[in-house]
Design a protein around this ligand. Structure first.
Ligand code: SAM
Length: 181
């Protein structure tokens, strides 16, 4: 088994002041990242929030596409079928543990350069040799330190051709998945 999944973390993330907070789920993140995940045949797209109302929102979006007669055969439904809504990263880890019967390799991401970090090339090799890996993305101003230190490794940032580095999480997800999968 060689599963690569992606997790979008809405808590704990940091705000502009570096304080820990929970961000809101956005419809675009649900749709766009599930389409990228489906395009590269990822195993699961975990959307993570401890807020029940936010989990309901994500589940409603999935139901709208995946459980309606006329929409369930659409391309969009195929992408959204990868969606798993969880209360915490640990819930997603447990699902992967059960599914792969192995501890998932956790790879955190950030626009900031964290030391040590793993290169895309080395991360690709790592992922290929694991039964299960989870690529962890943040929202707001990024993943909280507790998530970065929970991960086995932090991936080197995506660098463009300028010092402007403010990708949306949807764009970052697409680039990261393309480079890793
Ligand atoms: N300043 C934040 C940071 O350092 O991560 C950017 C937050 S961005 C809106 C949300 C998420 O997209 C980040 O937590 C990360 O997962 C991903 N991301 C954004 N830019 C990235 C980059 N250049 N390299 C890697 N991941 C990036």
């Amino acid at each position: 088994m060689n599963r690569l999944s992606i997790a979008l973390v809405h808590y704990p993330c940091v705000d502009a002041q570096g304080d820990i907070y929970a961000t809101a789920i956005t419809n675009m993140d649900i749709h766009d990242i599930s389409r990228s995940a489906r395009t590269y045949d990822l195993a699961t797209y975990y959307v993570i929030t401890p807020l029940a109302s936010q989990r309901e929102l994500a589940e409603t979006i999935k139901k709208h596409w995946c459980e309606s007669e006329k929409r369930q055969q659409t391309d969009r439904a195929q992408a959204l079928s990868l969606l798993r809504v969880c209360s915490s990263l640990e819930d997603a880890v447990e699902i992967e543990r059960q599914t792969a019967q192995a501890e998932p390799y956790l790879l955190a991401t950030s626009a900031k350069l964290n030391e040590p970090n793993i290169s895309f090339a080395n991360a690709r090799v790592k992922i290929k040799n694991q039964p299960s890996s989870i690529l962890i993305l943040g929202t707001g101003h990024g993943l909280a330190e507790s998530v970065l230190s929970r991960a086995h490794e932090i991936l080197e940032p995506i660098y463009g051709k300028s010092d402007y580095n403010h990708l949306s999480v949807r764009s970052a997800a697409a680039i990261l998945i393309d480079r890793l999968a």
